[in-house]
Design a protein. Sequence first.
Length: 147
Amino acid sequence: MMSSNAPNIPVEVALHRYFIWANKMRTDFDNLLAEEKNTKSPEDKFLIEQNLNIYMSYWYAGLYVVIEGWKALKLQDADISNLLKKEDYIDLLRKYRNGVFHYQQDYFSSKFTDVWSQKQDFITWIRELNSLFGRYFLQWHAKYKKK
């Protein structure tokens, strides 16, 4: 870990940390999805589904933090900006993040169920946004290394 008196680290690197964390949850989520397809035992399927919910929840919540940082830093990328026009989806993720990281007395709080009830378009949007953030950070790093 670096101390607070570390050399100047670009803000993009700080934001990238949050992307790495969120993307790790996505990777683990996707690995579990693949495992679930090959699982026959109802007990094993139940355990995998529980873990899928954990990884998806932390991925979605983490991705919202990346969106929040992206906006705060006023970063620019045409493809990402286009996806970030979906304010209703962003608000769903914000509420979901709040539900994940702030205790909800109601097990089926709308902060969760509003996301769980979304159709494929929402899932496609999240996956595409995640992918575009990954592309952005890879390209940013390549340019930064050349400096």
